[in-house]
Design a protein around this ligand. Structure first.
Ligand code: PGA
Length: 248
C-alpha cells in the first residue's frame, strides 16, 4: 500500500521569520496520521529540521546536484541535505526542467544521488498546456516516467509527483476525471515496471492544491497525497490540506 503524503515545496520563498509557520503547523497538527514533508529553501533547511526534529514532520531539499561534492559553485548535494536534517529531495520539478534545462536523464541521475545519500526522491512529471491541448498528456508523462525513474525504485525510496505545468501556481486544476486518468496510467506503468514496488510508490498530485479542493482531489483513486507550492507557505492552508488527507 502506498503511504499518504502531504508535501510542501516552499520554492524560493521564506527567510528566518517564516519558521514561525512551522511552529504553528506543529502546534495545530502535533500527530498527523499521514506523512508530512516540507522542502524549504536550502538556507532554512537546517533551522527547520531542528524545529521539526522531535515531530512527525519531515524536511527535504528542492533539488540536488548529481555528485556528492566537488567544484560546483552554488550547488548542494544530497549528502548535504541529509546532513542538514532532510530526508527527501524533490528532483525534476518542472521549474528546474524549464529554468535549468534539466532532462529526464539528468533527473534520473539526481534521483540515484538521492538514494545514495539514503534519502527519498520525489520525482516530478507533468505536461505543459500545449501538450495537454495536443492530446499528448499520457504519452508525455509516460516518457518522463520511463526516463526519469532509475531502475531500483521502490515505495521506500521514491515518491512520484504528477504536476501538470499549466496548473502550477495558476489556480487552474484539471478535472477530477482528468487527474484520475493520469494517476491510473501512472500506477499501471509503475506496477508493470516495478511490480509490487510500483504498487507501493506514493503518487502525489500537484498544481494549485488548496484546502478548498483537497478533499475532492484526495478522493480520486491513486492520488496518495499532494505536492503543494503556494498553499504550503501558511500553516493554516497547509494544515487544512493535511486535515483533508487525514480524512481521505
Ligand atoms: P502550487 O505549486 O501549489 O503553487 O500550484 C505546486 C508545485 O509546484 O509543486
Amino acid at each position: 500500500m502506498a503511504r499518504k503524503l502531504a508535501a510542501g515545496n516552499w520554492k524560493m520563498n521564506g527567510t528566518g521569520e517564516a519558521l514561525g509557520e512551522i511552529d504553528a503547523l506543529v502546534a495545530a497538527h502535533p500527530a498527523p496520521i499521514c506523512d508530512v514533508l516540507i522542502c524549504p529553501p536550502s538556507t532554512l533547511l537546517s533551522r527547520m529540521s531542528d524545529r521539526t526534529n522531535a515531530t512527525k514532520i519531515a524536511t527535504g531539499g528542492q533539488d540536488c546536484h548529481a555528485n556528492s561534492n566537488g567544484a560546483h559553485t552554488g550547488d548542494i548535494s544530497a549528502q548535504m541535505i541529509a546532513d542538514a536534517g532532510g530526508s527527501f529531495v524533490i528532483v525534476g520539478h518542472s521549474e528546474r526542467r524549464a529554468d535549468h534545462g534539466e532532462t529526464d536523464a539528468d533527473v534520473a541521475t539526481k534521483a540515484k544521488a538521492v538514494w545514495d545519500a539514503n534519502l527519498i526522491a520525489v520525482i516530478c512529471v507533468g505536461e505543459t498546456l500545449a501538450e495537454r491541448e495536443a492530446g499528448q498528456t499520457i504519452d508525455v508523462v509516460a516518457g518522463q516516467l520511463a526516463g526519469s525513474i532509475p531502475d531500483g525504485a521502490t515505495g521506500a525510496n521514491t515518491v512520484i509527483a504528477y504536476e501538470p505545468v499549466w496548473a502550477i501556481g495558476t489556480g487552474k486544476v484539471p478535472t477530477l476525471d482528468e487527474i484520475a486518468a493520469v494517476h491510473a496510467d501512472i500506477r499501471a506503468r509503475l506496477s508493470q515496471r516495478f511490480g509490487s514496488h510500483g504498487t507501493d510508490m506514493s503518487i502525489l498530485y500537484g498544481g494549485s492544491v488548496k484546502p478548498s479542493n483537497a478533499d475532492d482531489i484526495f478522493a480520486v483513486p491513486d492520488v496518495d497525497g499532494a505536492l503543494v507550492g503556494g498553499a504550503s507557505l501558511k500553516a493554516d492552508d497547509f494544515g487544512g490540506i493535511i486535515s483533508a488527507l487525514e480524512r481521505a
